[in-house]
Ligand binder design. Structure first.
Ligand SMILES: C[S@@+](CC[C@H](N)C(=O)[O-])C[C@H]1O[C@@H](n2cnc3c(N)ncnc32)[C@H](O)[C@@H]1O
Length: 309
């Protein structure tokens, strides 16, 4: 069905994941997920012109659309689900917002590398991994899979639910103690997120958060893909873990293959941050504990026709 042939009422009535403006003043009836505001805030620091981008878990492609509007040369959207009218929705979003990108439903993280290789896409300048980590049965393995899609010097932007605690832990959502729904599995503590990102050769360079309980938050982190793990002084585990990695994950990609001659992607941070000074990486827990949360405006949780980031 063509977007021009459906009525305003049909657009407003259908249940969507996102609230997206498809016609001036006419929005789909999606929820206004606060997490997407965090991802967008960090995307605004990115110069995406001419880049190749991958949006993992795209749903109705709000983030993919923003990447395309920011001038990306190519955007690939993948989603684990295959909604009956998914392609049609995506086409409406593309038509309304005047963008183009590839959309692939039914792609789980464990199949991502194979699916992208079939498209002759081996790595990307920008990978967005937003709202997914806590849905995963194998969070570290799948974080590595997402990491293996970004070229050296590129950017991986991760957003997730997290627990504000000093513990280095993955907390099981037993008895729905943190979040309702069987799809919410492990909630990562902020120090564990900080540590695992640096273990898998990602340097956190920007961060925003939104807390909704004293001990829980949503956090988004911009990470630069670097050529080695980033341990703090005296920590030998990251190197040992990386040495073991190829044997542990048979589909692990050799990250040396992600090295390119291309310059590191430009990124501009305007947020107040706390740092692990010696390694020049954001200290995520200290940033959450000592800086202000992001103020979320209505325009950040829905996609307006005029939006550019
Ligand atoms: C909460 S939505 C997040 C949507 C979007 N990325 C955002 O931040 O607004 C969760 C997404 O996780 C994806 N997902 C869940 N399990 C997955 C898996 N094993 N592999 C790939 N994607 C998965 C789903 O496809 C869904 O799009």
């Amino acid at each position: 069905m063509n977007l021009n042939t459906i009525s305003d009422n049909e657009i407003k009535k259908a249940d969507w994941y996102y609230s997206i403006e498809l016609r001036p003043g006419v929005f789909t009836k999606g929820a206004k997920h606060p997490n997407v505001a965090l991802t967008r805030e960090l995307l605004s620091g990115l110069k995406a012109t001419g880049t190749s981008c991958l949006d993992i878990g795209a749903q109705e492609a709000l983030i993919s659309t923003i990447l395309a509007k920011k001038g990306a040369e190519s955007v690939t959207a993948v989603c684990a689900q295959n909604y009956p009218d998914g392609e049609q929705r995506i086409n409406w979003v593309k038509q309304a917002h005047g963008v183009s990108f590839d959309y692939h439903p039914c792609v789980l993280l464990e199949d991502l590398q194979t699916a992208m290789t079939q498209q002759e896409k081996y790595y990307f300048d920008i990978v967005v991994f937003s709202g997914i980590l806590y849905h995963l049965i194998n969070p570290l393995g799948d974080l590595i899979r997402a990491r293996s899609m970004v070229r050296s010097g590129g950017i991986l932007l991760i957003e997730t639910a997290a627990i504000i605690s000093d513990e280095m832990a993955l907390f099981l959502n037993a008895n729905e103690r943190f979040s309702p729904g069987g799809g919410n599995i492990f909630m990562i503590s902020i120090p564990a997120l900080d540590y695992l990102l640096r273990t898998v050769w990602l340097q956190p360079i920007d961060c925003v958060y939104h807390s909704f309980r004293k001990t829980r938050c949503r956090i988004a982190v911009t990470c630069r893909a670097v050529d080695a793990p980033l341990p703090l002084e005296g920590d030998g585990w990251m190197d040992k873990f990386n040495f073991m990695l190829p044997r542990r994950l048979s589909d692990f990609r050799d990250w040396r293959a992600l090295k390119t001659d291309r310059a590191p992607l430009e990124y501009h941070t305007s947020n107040t941050l706390k740092w692990h000074r010696k390694i020049n990486a954001v200290n995520l827990l200290e940033t959450v504990q000592k800086t202000a949360p992001l103020q979320i405006r209505p325009s950040m949780v829905r996609l307006e026709l005029g939006a550019v980031a």
